[in-house]
Design a binder for this molecule. Structure first.
Ligand SMILES: Cc1cc2nc3c(=O)[nH]c(=O)nc-3n(C[C@H](O)[C@H](O)[C@H](O)COP(=O)(O)O)c2cc1C
Length: 197
């Protein structure tokens, strides 16, 4: 097997990626220049038709707490019987890590040339690239969604348009621990040769 000079380092970086749970992400987060550096790598995704079907929302500082309070109010409206523990989880959902980048998928229904699923896949690729970039910059990160990513009132509060969706909330910060590795799928077991029927 021929491996290009830098390829081992790139493959090592891919192999080393793992999520750090949001509650294990502390300050400091990346500074503004580092955020932009990470996003510069994240936007280099395959993009059928070059639609750029994504944008970013930064949720940092006090905005994280304000969003937490909105989640609590909405969670109460969704379920008046909700318990204190669940409310507490929602209150802190966005304030464990110092920075959350919402990757917003822009899914213009007038665009019939490129299937919507392909545009959503592009936005998902951005999420993955951002995880990699964050780790390459020395931070930990996690791709999370949860009910807030699908709740119309919360999406409106975040300023999403009718044809936008959350591809992922990428929580980023300084890892408090080295997360344990989990078992990974065996690629050989997943690989088949297609043969003509
Ligand atoms: C679209 C998407 C949404 C996810 N949402 C959540 C979530 O809300 N909560 C959660 O615990 N994990 C969620 N995950 C899984 C974690 O991001 C992560 O992949 C998982 O904990 C495994 O860790 P690993 O990334 O190190 O393999 C989501 C993953 C994807 C791709």
């Amino acid at each position: 097997m021929t491996i290009l000079p830098n390829a081992e380092r790139l493959l090592d970086a891919l192999d080393a990626r793992r999520s750090v749970p949001a509650r294990q992400l502390d300050a400091p987060g990346p500074d503004d220049a580092t955020v932009l550096r990470m996003l510069r790598s994240s936007v280099r995704v395959p993009d059928h038709g070059k639609r750029v079907p994504f944008r970013f929302l930064r949720i940092a500082g006090d905005a994280r707490h304000a969003l937490g309070e909105q989640l609590v109010a909405r969670a109460r409206a969704r379920d008046p019987e909700i318990g204190a523990g669940a409310l507490d989880k929602d209150r802190h959902r966005f304030s464990h890590a110092p920075l959350v980048i919402a990757v917003v998928a822009i899914l213009d229904p007038q665009d019939t040339a490129i299937p919507e699923v392909e545009r959503l896949l592009t936005a998902g690729s951005v999420c993955f690239a951002l995880l990699q970039a964050a780790q390459a910059c020395g931070f930990g990160a996690s791709w999370l969604t949860g009910w807030p990513a699908y709740d119309p009132d919360i999406l409106a509060a975040l300023g999403l348009g009718a044809h936008e969706r959350i591809a992922g909330f990428i929580h980023i910060g300084s890892p408090r621990l080295d997360p344990p590795e989990r078992e990974r799928p065996d690629p050989a077991a997943l690989l088949q040769d297609w043969v003509a029927p």
